[in-house]
Design a protein around this ligand. Structure first.
Ligand code: DGI
Length: 143
């Protein structure tokens, strides 16, 4: 299986609940390596651009409002089959439908405030990583 990179966000609800360390532990315990990481407070323009594919959806305005409501952690995760591996440990979009033990099941209750984002494909991962990180901010392991 190929080594992949995926893009992840710890959303404002989970940052506000002091869950950064607990969620980073989930990533590392699953064999994913954090190769880039920073805290940001997204501007409205940044959030609208990131979720542009959802522009026509009825929840778009509230999604942007939520994503700009507080700081987030953005990170690049690297590992075998990283895109799917991260989606699996995140759980389904709606925490009520997320498998027991997943991040969304343990740390969220609402579809509108569901703790984490993770890229859904290798192509979107590349686009999302480039949206938030420059190449020199990514630090692959050397030991
Ligand atoms: O890739 P996901 O985050 O699992 O899901 P997505 O790309 O379909 O949707 C992006 C985000 O938009 C999702 O994490 C939460 C929000 N969202 C999706 N569907 C709904 C929603 N928010 C509300 N309020 N209602 C929805 O039906």
């Amino acid at each position: 299986m190929a080594i992949q990179r995926t893009f992840s966000i710890i959303k404002p609800d989970a940052v506000a609940k002091n869950l950064i360390g607990a969620i980073y532990n989930r990533f590392e315990s699953a064999g994913l390596t954090i190769v880039a990481s920073k805290m940001i407070h997204m501007s409205q323009e940044q959030a609208e651009g990131f979720y542009a594919e959802h522009k026509e959806r009825p929840f778009f305005a509230s999604l942007v409002e939520f994503m700009t409501s507080g700081p987030v952690m953005v990170q690049v995760l690297e590992g075998e089959n990283a895109v799917l591996a991260n989606r699996e440990i995140m759980g389904a979009t709606n925490p009520a439908e997320a498998a027991r033990g997943t991040i969304r099941s343990c740390f969220a209750t609402e579809v509108s405030e569901n703790a984490v984002h993770g890229s859904d494909a290798v192509e979107s991962a590349a686009r999302e990583i480039a949206y938030f990180f420059s190449d020199d901010e990514i630090c692959p392991r050397t030991r």
